[in-house]
Structure formats: C-alpha cells, structure tokens
Design a protein around this ligand. Structure first.
Ligand code: CA
Length: 227
C-alpha cells in the first residue's frame, strides 16, 4: 500500500515513514503542497495523510486539488489544530478522518488501515489465492493456517500479485509499490524479492506459484495451470 504523507516537520515525517514502512506500507513524504501536487500528478496512492499547516499553504487546499483531479484517495488529516471549526472544515472539504497531534504511531497505522478497508476504497481485509491467505489488517500471510515469515518488501510484492491473482502485474507496478521516492532502487530489486518469495512458496505447501512473463511482468496462478 502506497501512502502519501504531507508534513513539513522533517523529524515527524521521518519517524512516521519509518514506523509505517515497518508495518509494510510504502510512504512518500513531502514537506510542501507543491511537491505533494507534483507527486499526485505522477503517482497513484492508496491513502493520504495530510498536515494542515504547511509552508506554502493550507493542507485543505491540497484536499481541494485532489478532489478537482478526481483522486478519490481516502484522506486522514493530521494536525495540532484542535478547534472544532478546523475539524469541520477538513471533513467538509472531503477528508475521511482526523487525528490530533501528538498521537501514537499505532493509532495512526490503525486509522490508516481502517480507511483502506472502507468499501469505497475497494479493499478487502483478506486476500485469497489458492491456499494462501493474506490478512491485510494484521499483515500476516498463512498457508493452510500456518503463518509464514516473509520480509515487508516480499509481502508488498505478494500483496500486489494476490490482488491481481491470475492476471499479469507489470514489473513497474511492483517497483512503484516497493519503493518510496527517497529510496534507492536497484535494477534487480523486484527480481530479488520475487526469487525469495518463490523459494518461500516452494518450501511451503503453497498451491500457487509466481510465473515470469519476460519483458511484461509477473503472474500468480495455481500450480495445476502450469502445464
Ligand atoms: Ca505543519
């Protein structure tokens, strides 16, 4: 899940980015409305966490920009302002939730997950492919009831493949979900994660496997369909 985080407090931005990445999210953090608008034009997000007091304007303006661009991402406003007026203004402008600073990291991730689970976000809690179940809420992958341990990045790859099980997922899509803008992207990162995932699936009793379509992307499908 790729999250846009707009926050001009660099320390807080880094803290939240790291905390959420540990939970398996990919986070692009920007400190100004201008940068965030550019990112929104270029990339697609699953949710937005938005500070209101930004150096080049009010976070509400970014909310309006997104609505004008028909970007229906769920938005959580994160701010130190606790006036009822501000809260109402944010919700009226189309925000979905509101969290006051200071906050606990756990509460923030729980709220973001709740936003992602909303029916209009088009996201289900459990992804199922063959005998693999991916619980997007607890970030647990299990095969026939046994939880398997994989890294957050492998999890992100598996999640994308499971969301489109039986269909081809472009390598670029996997790459964009894997890395925030700030991260270094090595040419074979997707391949490396796919290869580790394949090994994990082969070690377990997974009834699905990952197929490579050279130059196109990857596909998760039942092993019986391989022949
Ligand atoms: Ca601020």
């Amino acid at each position: 899940m790729r999250i846009l985080f707009v926050e001009d407090n660099l320390r807080l931005a880094t803290l939240v980015r790291k905390g959420m990445e540990k939970e398996g999210f990919t986070v692009d953090a920007f400190g100004t409305i201008a940068e965030a608008e550019e990112a929104i034009d270029m990339t697609s997000y699953d949710a937005v966490i938005l500070d209101l007091g930004l150096p080049d304007g009010d976070g509400i303006d970014l909310l309006k920009f997104m609505r004008e661009k028909k970007k229906a991402y769920p938005v959580l406003i994160l701010t130190a302002r606790d006036g009822i007026d501000d809260r109402v203004k944010g919700l009226n402008a189309g925000a979905d939730d509101y969290l006051l600073k200071p906050f606990a990291m756990e509460e923030l991730t729980a709220r973001v997950r709740a936003l992602l689970r909303r029916p209009d976000g088009g996201i289900t809690v459990n992804l199922v492919a063959g005998n693999i179940i991916f619980d997007t809420s607890s970030r647990e992958v299990s095969i026939e009831g046994a939880v398997i341990k994989i890294s957050p990045r492998e999890m992100s790859v598996l999640e994308q493949l499971m969301r489109r099980a039986g269909r081809v997922v472009a390598k670029d899509t996997l790459e964009s979900k894997l890395y925030g803008f700030g991260d270094e992207v090595s040419a074979n990162s997707v391949e490396a994660n796919i290869s580790r995932l394949r090994k994990r699936l082969a070690q377990t009793k997974a009834s699905v496997s990952i197929h490579t379509l050279r130059g196109v992307g990857y596909l998760l499908s039942k092993q019986a369909e391989e022949q």
